[in-house]
Design a protein around this ligand. Structure first.
Ligand code: SF4
Ligand code: SF4
Length: 494
């Protein structure tokens, strides 16, 4: 598909091919000559050379013929293929061929629905043998588990004997596959891509903060998948498997209603209850817990609340550390640890909070985020000793379980928020879904609590917070915030 016609400099001879061409008038073939096309990427450029890529009829014909060959044995199962709507074969057929299939023979049949491993399924008939999946596993994932077997039209991709396609980057083989040969078990037969909208997002799986697209179905307010969003400075073009599946947190384990004790209630009632429990408590007994899983804006509102309350016992919570590698994955499983540290340079740890509760130094806590580093029964006992625990959270966890008052916060896909990754880049995750249940941004809950307690609350909108954070300057973003090729087809502004 990359053949071009090259007209050499005047003192050199063009490479020509002897061919025969059908002369319809004379009713016979005639000997002819035509330029020998060359693969563009293989030819060094020289002065006065002319390269024809679009204006040569020979090039256009060659592309159409190559495209026809590519589709010779390709099953026409676009109506049931997951890649339909974002398939390069469909795009190239429209761009370079647009003729109906001429071959009337039975196409070559090859294995279908081959399970390559826990996440990926392979359809050899759809494969165009571009070897991108092989090269990805070898060069990026550093695990050469895929290879090619047989020759010609019997070629197929195979997994190394005794192995399966597993590890931390298997989803990326599907991402690089230009056709529907590799599909993920997670997304297979789940949605037609033309019904999905996309929002720019940031993976919440770890401190790397890989840039992503959230693909969601606006008809059901439901996220269907993540796709990597190119950013040379952060994640290049990739995401890890754990991250690719972490879109599920948009719907799983969510806090969707306000609660007082174990009873569901309205946000207003919960705020009134919080006011009752926090009024007249000495500020030295109140602690504020920040969340490394919530946005910079949410944490900023908590810091303002702490200032107004006069609370100086400041802690940070979040998910426990985990697996790390040298490719993308960070051991810190929180998306905004660096953001919290920007706002509160030396917060105490969650373990210290539990110690302070046990020691009676802290009796009232307003916490952002439901997760704690470990779900230890002893932690629950310590949290149970608190006089008041008000939690604003998007996800259930040890803190929400122990909460006396729980306020439902929007997750990263339901409200625009800034997350600071391990490199210190401020990255914005756009709003994709409408807030689910009774959830609203955590900074709004912090404002409601502040107002109820009669404190001076300076923010009513997200814009107010961002102005305070940046002093009115535009929100800082990563240096290479780019769009990938799929952007134009599926992206919407939200
Ligand atoms: S990336 Fe897809 S089309 Fe290319 S060789 Fe692998 S399975 Fe085949
Ligand atoms: S490396 Fe971290 S941020 Fe990137 S996709 Fe994986 S979990 Fe998400």
């Amino acid at each position: 598909m990359c053949l071009v016609e090259i007209k050499p400099p005047p003192n050199q001879r063009a490479l020509m091919l002897d061919v025969v061409e059908w002369d319809a008038k004379a009713g016979e073939y005639r000997p002819m000559q035509k330029p020998k096309l060359q693969p563009a990427c293989q030819m060094p450029a020289v002065e006065n050379q002319e390269v024809l890529s679009e204006s040569s009829k020979h090039v256009l014909e060659a592309r159409a013929h190559v495209q026809e060959f590519l589709l010779l044995n390709h099953p026409v199962d676009c109506p049931i293929c997951d890649q339909a709507g974002e398939c390069k074969l469909q795009d190239y057929w429209l761009e370079h061929q647009t003729t109906a299939k001429r071959m009337r023979d039975e196409p070559i049949h090859k294995p279908k629905a081959v399970v390559f491993g826990p996440t990926i399924v392979y359809d050899a008939e759809r494969c165009v043998m571009c070897t991108r999946c092989i090269r990805f596993m070898d060069e990026v994932a550093q695990d050469p588990v895929l290879d090619m077997r047989e020759r010609g039209n019997l070629n197929e991709i195979t997994v190394a004997p005794g192995r399966e396609l597993d590890g931390h980057y298997t989803f990326m083989t599907e991402h690089v596959c230009p056709v529907g040969a590799l599909t993920t078990k997670d997304f297979r037969f789940k949605a037609r891509v033309w019904f999905l909208k996309s929002a720019k997002s940031v993976c919440q799986g770890c401190a790397t903060g890989c840039n992503s697209y959230v693909d969601f179905d606006p008809r059901y307010n439901k996220v269907q998948r993540y796709r990597p969003r190119d950013n040379e400075a952060v994640n290049k073009y990739w995401m890890c498997d754990e991250g690719m599946l972490s879109y599920r947190a948009a719907h799983e384990g969510r806090v969707l209603d306000a609660r007082v004790g174990t009873k569901k209630t309205s946000v207003d009632t919960a705020v009134v209850e919080a006011k009752k429990r926090l009024s007249d408590v000495p500020s030295s007994s109140i602690a504020i817990v920040f969340s490394a899983q919530h946005s910079l804006e949410d944490n900023w509102a908590m810091r303002e609340l702490a200032k107004q309350l006069g609370a100086t016992s400041l802690y940070v919570s979040g998910a426990a550390s985990g697996y790390a590698d040298k490719i993308l994955i960070d051991a810190d499983k929180n998306s905004n640890t660096a953001g919290v540290l920007e706002l509160v340079p030396n917060p105490k740890s969650f373990a210290q909070l539990l110690d302070d509760v046990r020691g009676g130094r802290v009796s009232h806590v307003v916490a952002l985020g439901g997760l704690s580093p470990k779900n230890d029964p002893e932690d629950a006992t310590a949290l149970g000793m608190l006089g008041t625990l008000v939690v604003i959270a998007a996800h259930e966890g040890a803190l929400t379980e122990a909460a006396h008052i729980l306020l439902p916060a929007t997750s990263w896909v339901e409200a625009s928020g800034t997350y600071v990754n391990r490199q210190g880049f401020h990255q914005v995750a756009d709003k994709a879904l409408e807030p689910q249940g009774a959830s609203r941004p955590a900074w709004e809950h912090a404002r409601l609590i502040g107002r109820a307690l009669g404190l001076e609350v300076s923010w009513t909108k997200l814009k107010d917070i961002r102005n305070s954070l940046t002093g009115g300057a535009p929100q800082a973003v990563t240096p290479h915030d780019t769009h990938d090729a799929n952007d134009a087809t599926t992206s919407v502004s939200t």
